[in-house]
Write a protein that binds this ligand. Structure first.
Ligand code: NAD
Length: 334
């Protein structure tokens, strides 16, 4: 397949590019390095040569030159977005501008060039407070932060282009993504990090102190329960989605999680157990507000529509993170 990947200098997109390329597909990458890094692009170029082409471009700007040159794209896989919840609440303008505008310009340009298939990253943040768990795709959408709202706007743009312009799409609503690539070469690099498993592994390795940021919620141990899906499992679903769309599959919105939840304290305990390292667990000065007690996905639809099922556990994610952070204590930063 010829795949255009947006956001391929970022965490999930760089691992996706590596995965698609390793399966023999041709990849065109696009990123403006807003939160992405040059190093994964260099690694991909070195590893895959001319199977991988990269454009440094902002998705909100004129994308015609890229689509003129890359006329044989089968499917666009769209990861690029601003995606830090706390930041979205202090800088709503950035999120309302970057996320929907990028998506709108991307699908408009795709339509202009007759490219009709897209796989889109969305998030369980579109659901807001869970009315029931596990959450299926028909759960009401009522985001409780600007990030989730901006992603829902993006979903709606894609849905309308589906209805009016014949765009065929899979919108994936991810739950909590974790882990690095299987060989630990590509991983998560944001600092400060908002990813629990990543932070716990960093602390186990003595790279950074660990802080709890939640407020007490109504669960057995008082800490929020989330559904942690491995980044490779997640990206394998994107390959299946691209194949599904090429095979004429119809548009769908699909959850990606594991169907199983772990509490914050359970994850911390698991990382300690797996690494054999005791690290201090401190309370952060400021806790996150408005966190849901339990967000766990129902993943039956991913199974029935795509034949996708997660294969990896939290322990598998921790194993890859140990390699990634041992080799790159500061992520992609020097
Ligand atoms: N990480 C998670 O746990 C998680 C959970 C749910 C959904 N998602 C979604 O997955 C996607 C990828 O997230 P990530 O964790 O890899 O984030 P990331 O910040 O590491 O990667 C996003 C990439 O998009 C690029 N980008 C942003 N705006 C752009 C623009 N206007 N033009 C070109 N490039 C642009 C950034 O430079 C970056 O490389 C996002 O759409 C996010 O909403 C992530």
């Amino acid at each position: 397949m010829n795949i255009l990947i947006t956001g391929c200098a970022g965490y999930i997109g760089s691992i996706a590019a590596d995965l698609f390329l390793s399966k023999g597909h041709q990849v065109v990458g696009v990123d403006n390095f807003l939160t992405g890094y040059k190093k994964p692009i260099e690694v991909l170029k070195k590893k895959y040569g001319d199977k991988f082409t990269f454009y440094n471009a902002d998705l909100k700007e004129d994308l015609s030159p890229i689509f003129e040159k890359e006329s044989v794209i089968d499917v666009v896989v769209h990861y690029a977005a601003s995606c830090v919840v706390d930041e979205s609440m202090t800088n709503p303008h950035k999120y309302f501008q970057n996320n929907p505008d990028s998506e709108l310009n991307l699908v408009e340009t795709m339509t202009k060039y007759g490219i009709k298939k897209i796989v889109v990253s969305s998030t369980c943040a579109v659901y807001g407070e869970a009315k029931y768990v596990p959450i299926d795709e028909s759960h009401p959408t009522n985001p409780n932060n600007v990030y989730g709202e901006s992603k829902l706007m993006g979903e709606n743009i894609v849905r309308w282009y589906g209805r009016l312009k014949g765009l065929n799409y899979i919108i994936f609503r991810y739950f909590n993504v974790s882990g690095a690539s299987e060989d630990g070469v590509f991983g998560y690099s944001k600092n400060p990090s908002t990813h629990l498993t990543e932070n716990a592994v960093r602390s186990a390795l003595g790279i950074a102190p660990f802080f709890l940021t939640y407020q007490k919620v109504d669960t057995a141990d008082g800490s929020p329960i989330r559904d942690y899906v491995n980044v490779l499992d997640l990206n394998e679903a994107h390959i299946k989605a691209a194949e599904y769309l090429i095979g004429g599959g119809k548009s769908e919105i699909i959850n990606l999680g594991t169907g199983d939840g772990s509490s914050v304290l359970e994850i911390v305990g698991k990382v300690k157990e797996l690494t054999g390292k005791e690290f201090d667990v401190k309370q952060a000065d400021k806790s996150r507000e408005g966190e849901s007690a339990k967000l766990v996905a129902l993943i039956d639809k991913a199974k029935t529509v795509l034949g996708w099922q997660p294969k990896r556990t939290v322990a598998d994610s921790v194993k890859t993170l140990l390699v990634w952070y041992k080799n790159n204590p500061n992520g992609w930063e020097e």
